[in-house]
Ligand binder design. Structure first.
Ligand code: 13P
Ligand code: ZN
Length: 286
């Protein structure tokens, strides 16, 4: 079925197996790693990957729509764009075994009120319930970074725990993470955004996430999880992995009796200079 032959203007065009496409391979590999890090219990987490038409044409007949799926928000700003999106209720654990069950490739219709399913969701799935947060975040990220292609949501354990034990203040939360691991400031110099607790799967949380995405690539949804954005899934993974490492160290330090000495603000400032990154203004006491 995947090695489909398409008849067009009298010519047989042989489609390549989409499971060999670099973006599918990247997603299969990394969702497995992410699951094994413990960030994706059951169906938790979701991702969306903006695909270029030229990346798809050798694998899919883009005129062949399998299903049209309505969406309950205005996606017109993304009309004609293609996204690889995880299905609602689907498990990250299973992507590596059965990608066509968990993943779907969608095209946002011209009206922006529905998406056409071109591939995947083989057992009748629909896009993640967090599609509003994903698509709205893509619009926001593209407005500040034309290279952005991935939005990723997970339930990273120690960061989630910190949303209970730490003040939900972006500056103080970010400072804890920067100080728990020397690399953190270099990886996310803009810091970590934090939303209030909001109902998942709603346009409201989508709009709030997208607004934060104009300033941050990492956002904490308190008592729920994280959102990350990047040019590919690897970059999103690296962002979460680094922040989660700091959060894990913080958890261990607290369990060992608390902080005795730390990376100073001056050292953080020097790090920024050494690695040519600018720590978010006002976050260091310098
Ligand atoms: P979906 O299964 O709809 O993707 O939801 C998972 C999740 O983590 C909701 O925030
Ligand atoms: Zn979630």
């Amino acid at each position: 079925r995947l090695m489909r032959n398409t008849l067009r203007v009298g010519k047989i065009i042989k489609m390549k197996n989409i499971l060999e496409a670099p973006f599918i391979k990247e997603v299969m590999l990394l969702t497995d790693v992410m699951y094994k890090f413990g960030w994706h219990e059951r169906n938790s987490g979701n991702l969306s990957y903006l695909l270029k038409e030229e990346e798809l044409t050798e694998y899919l007949d883009l005129n062949e729509v399998k299903r049209n799926i309505p969406i309950a928000f205005d996606g017109k700003a993304l009309a004609g764009k293609y996204f690889l999106v995880t299905g609602t209720g689907k498990f990250f654990k299973n992507v590596i075994h059965d990608p066509a069950d968990v993943l779907g490739i969608l095209k946002v219709t011209a009206e922006g009120n529905s998406v056409d399913l071109l591939w995947g969701y083989e057992n009748g799935a629909a896009p993640t319930s967090e599609l509003p947060a994903h698509l709205m975040s893509h619009i926001a990220r593209l407005s500040v970074d034309p290279e952005n292609r991935v939005v990723y949501h997970c339930h990273a354990t120690n960061l989630l725990a910190m949303s209970f034990s730490c003040e939900l203040d972006e500056r103080s939360f970010t400072r804890i993470l920067w100080k728990m691991c020397t690399e953190s400031l270099v990886v996310f110099p803009e810091g970590v955004g934090i939303l209030p607790w909001l109902m998942p799967g709603t346009n409201e949380i989508g709009e709030a996430t997208a607004e934060k995405m104009k300033e941050y690539r990492l956002i904490v949804w308190p008592h729920h999880g994280l959102y990350a954005a990047g040019k590919d899934l690897e970059e999103c993974f690296g962002l979460v992995e680094t922040a989660e490492k700091s959060a894990t160290v913080y958890t261990l330090v607290q369990s060992q009796g608390g902080i005795r000495q730390e990376i100073t603000d001056e050292q953080l400032s020097n790090l920024g200079k050494r690695f040519s990154v600018t720590p978010r203004a006002g976050y260091l006491n310098i």
